[in-house]
Design a protein around this ligand. Structure first.
Ligand code: ASP
Length: 360
């Protein structure tokens, strides 16, 4: 597990700690935003926080009190593990009362998984957790990282007219938009607008000003102080259907020893092959107590397995409807619920219930 040092990079130090300036904690995990080119291989490698912040001198102009902490070894987010989610959550929990908001700097590749996982792990969250990164390193002349970081800090410190935090959930900020974290997907490896949320509107858009979409923002009513759920069960898998998928392949996957949850990515409105072997395998697997959730391969729209007979067989085999969950949210929700130690029926019930705005 990656360990943290205590906050070590103080960017702006308030002369009077209680002067009312918003306090934001930046948590740097790695990703392109902080990478520089290795002179030997010319490949991009993560660098440290100092490099990142030295490249954004404008940050000092913000009327904020900023502190930052970083992973001991910043990583390319392709190496992100649930233990890193636990690390990020631990930092947020330890510093929750001392900061108005948190900005997590993260690689784009698995950002949607981290955002989804954190949304489930941070129960009673009532402050902004804004995750951002960039497509080009912060030292690049055309970088998108500078703008993303500055806007993330502004969003994390925004309050409404009643003095409440404007954002009280885990969100992804990228280029022109703020998206709900557990509704987001990385949809471009090239475009500066790298993320989309095809089943839920933007929480904010950025032009000359920052335009919050008040109706779309979560308005949580915490039932108590922040409660972090650290337990995660990684015995899950994703099965992506395709025409011609063979029985031995599906059987092999569904009979993987120890598997407890399966995200079944189906065609269109939740359909799959009507071969008797397929339905039989699904039935056998759900009867063994494995939670199978049906999500669509389409980026927009919901699973509606009752629409076609090709979907009815799947739901009669005990497969749950994931409705309009993203694959990232479905995987991490399964990990979170299976890790909770709850009874199977309750896990199934919660899997079909929106916990923090992840499904319609
Ligand atoms: N491979 C990088 C990462 O996810 C890509 C990025 O940051 O955009 O860490």
């Amino acid at each position: 597990m990656t360990s943290y040092t205590s906050p070590k990079t103080t960017l702006t130090k308030s002369p009077e700690p209680d002067n009312g300036r918003p306090r934001i904690l930046i948590i740097y995990t790695g990703g392109t935003i902080g990478m520089i080119e290795n002179p030997d291989t010319r490949a991009l490698e993560p660098f440290n926080m100092r490099h990142l912040l030295d490249n954004v001198p404008k940050i000092k102009l913000l009327d904020l009190e900023l502190e930052s902490m970083e992973f001991d070894n910043p990583i390319d987010s392709s190496s992100m593990e649930p233990s890193h989610w636990q690390d990020i959550a631990r930092v947020i929990e330890a510093n929750y009362n001392d900061y108005d908001g948190f900005v997590v700097l993260h690689g784009t590749d698995t950002m949607a998984y981290t955002a989804s996982a954190l949304s489930f792990m941070l129960e009673n969250l009532d402050k902004p957790v804004i995750i951002t990164g960039s497509q080009l390193p912060i030292g690049d002349v055309r970088t998108d990282g500078e703008e993303n970081l500055i806007t993330a800090l502004q969003v994390a410190s925004a309050r409404d007219s009643e003095g409440r935090h404007m954002v009280r959930e885990v969100a992804i900020l990228f280029e022109d938009y703020l998206w709900r974290g557990n509704r987001s997907t990385k949809h471009s490896s090239d475009n500066f607008n790298a993320f989309s949320s095809d089943n839920y509107p933007a929480l904010a858009s950025f032009g000359l000003g920052i335009h919050f979409n008040r109706e779309a923002l979560l308005a949580p009513k915490p039932k108590g102080p922040l409660k972090v759920h650290y337990d995660i069960d990684t015995n899950v898998m994703v099965i992506d259907l395709f025409p011609g998928i063979q029985e031995n392949v599906v059987r092999h996957m569904m009979e993987t020893p120890g598997i407890k949850g399966i995200v079944l990515k189906t065609f269109g409105a939740g359909n799959g092959p009507s071969h008797p072997w397929f339905i039989r395998l699904l039935e056998e697997t759900t009867k063994r107590g494995v939670v199978i959730v049906n999500v669509t391969q389409c980026s927009n729209g919901s699973v509606n397995p009752e629409l076609y007979s090709a979907g009815i067989g799947i739901s009669r085999a005990g497969v749950l409807s994931g409705r309009d969950l993203t694959s990232e949210a479905c995987v991490t929700k399964l990990m979170h619920l299976l890790g909770s130690g709850e009874k199977l029926d309750h896990i199934k019930h919660l899997m079909s219930t929106s916990l923090c705005g992840e499904m319609t």
